[in-house]
Design a protein around this ligand. Structure first.
Ligand code: NAD
Length: 415
């Protein structure tokens, strides 16, 4: 893991794309920075009756294709530059999947692991009170991300609805199914990644029923990925990790038992009889598929030469640095880039918005079929572009996405 600034990484990726597309300098300059960002101070009454002031952010990167959309992260190491990078990647993601949405992101510097439910609820409501004039179903629609949950989404939706004195389900996605959520949203990020992995395996001639998998990060994206790899394809999940460390079993981990262990003890490392390895080692294991599903900058120029996986499926945002990207490409590793691989989350969030807007719910099959169609189309358009222009998969995804955003800006007369 390096401390590389994620926004500088995002800008460098865009700069490369601007060169490939020969973008004019004004268009490039507009796309290099967010259109709008908000910095808010959030005073929250803590359980001991003191008031603590948290710092929160919301970045609306580009709304040329539609209202901005993107998750809210609660994390002690959150920075404005992480939020800017994530908002930029959301812009490219929504464009790549051809959703009528722009890109945004939010964050609060806090440690949810050290907060009570009551404190988390008050912080979530305060975030919405501070930002309500700038978000809304047709302006900017948040969703869950690292350390934010469906319950947090409901508190936020409820606060927004109270302010506007009417139910506003469409202001936020990732809600529980019992209150405006969509079936299939809970594991949509991982499931979308599975559809992309399935296509990649066909292209590379990998038999998924015999494939081995390592998953770094065991939250919403990672734990569902481990479960679905086994459930959908019969893959052998041989290693998983979380913030406390990693475990492995050359034969195959019992994913259900790992999920139970994480639920009961808050970490995968407490699985009885599991062999513990480090969070660095998991990235270099001899596996067919490596799924980074935690945070940014974990595959770097230092460890990229040691990555042995045939496919790196980036469920996390920004796990690979630009230097590492070049090394993986040279070594023939097939990278399914983040804003393609993890686009299942925002795609089903978009389906949730659609269902909320006409007060109807789709069944599971409709969600899965629609998601698969979107993911398979996006994967092959990226693959074809990479072949046509001799680009790596990330550069190809950028070319497609940036072209669509530029087209919208031109049609609006912004450039
Ligand atoms: P989460 O909060 O549910 O889980 C995060 C997981 O990462 C936890 O298991 C945590 O222990 C682990 N982790 C934290 N630091 C780690 C470290 N240093 N090493 C190993 N593991 C570590 O979050 P999530 O929603 O699963 O998000 C994970 C990644 O997926 C993020 O990059 C996020 O932006 C991305 N993502 C999530 C969604 C979504 O719908 N949830 C959608 C798109 C992208």
């Amino acid at each position: 893991m390096t401390n590389q600034n994620p926004f500088e990484v995002a800008q460098k990726q865009l700069d490369d794309c601007a060169q490939i597309l020969k973008l004019d300098s004004s268009t490039h300059a507009i796309l290099r920075v967010p259109m709008r960002e908000f910095h808010v101070s959030l005073p929250v009454r803590m359980d001991d009756n003191s008031i603590k002031v948290f710092q929160g952010f919301r970045v609306q990167y580009n709304d040329s294709r539609g209202p901005t959309k993107g998750g809210i992260r609660f994390h002690p190491d959150e920075t404005i530059d992480t939020v800017r990078a994530l908002a930029a990647w959301m812009t490219w993601k929504c464009a790549l999947l051809n959703l009528p949405l722009g890109g945004g992101k939010g964050g609060v510097i806090c440690n949810p692991k050290e907060m009570s439910l009551g404190e988390l609820e008050r912080l979530s409501r305060e975030y919405i009170r501070a930002l309500n004039p700038f978000i809304g179903p047709d302006k900017d629609i948040p969703a869950p991300d690292v350390y934010t949950t469906p319950q947090i989404m409901i508190w936020m939706m409820d606060e927004y609805s109270k302010i506007y004195a009417k139910n506003q389900f469409g202001v936020i996605t990732g809600k529980p199914i019992g209150l405006g959520g969509s079936t299939g949203r809970a594991d949509a990020t991982a499931r979308g990644g599975m559809y992309a992995i399935h296509e990649a395996a066909k292209v590379l001639g990998i038999d998924l029923s015999k494939a081995t998998v390592a998953v770094q990060g065991f939250g919403n994206a990672g734990s569902n990925a481990a479960r679905l790899c086994k459930e959908l394809f019969g893959c052998k999940v041989v290693a998983v990790s979380d913030s406390q460390g990693a475990i492995c079993d050359d034969e195959c981990l019992d994913v259900e038992a790992v999920c139970e262990c994480k639920l009961d003890t808050c970490s995968v490392v407490n699985l009885p009889n599991a062999k513990c390895i480090s969070n660095e080692e998991i990235l270099e294991l001899e596996v067919d598929i490596l799924i980074p599903a935690a945070l940014e900058n974990v595959v770097t120029e230092k460890n990229a030469p040691n990555v042995k996986a045939k496919i790196v499926a980036e469920l996390a945002n920004g796990p690979t640095t630009p230097e590492a990207d070049a090394i993986l490409y040279k070594n023939g590793v097939h990278v399914i880039p983040d804003f393609l691989c993890n686009a299942g989350g925002v795609t089903v969030s978009y389906f949730e918005m659609v269902q909320n807007s006409y007060m109807y719910s789709w069944d599971e099959q409709q969600v899965y079929t629609s998601l698969e169609k979107k993911m398979v189309e996006a994967y092959h358009s990226v693959l074809n572009t990479s072949k046509e222009y001799n680009l790596n998969m990330r550069q190809a995804a950028y070319v497609l996405a940036v072209k669509r955003v530029v087209e919208a800006m031109k049609l609006r007369g912004w450039v």
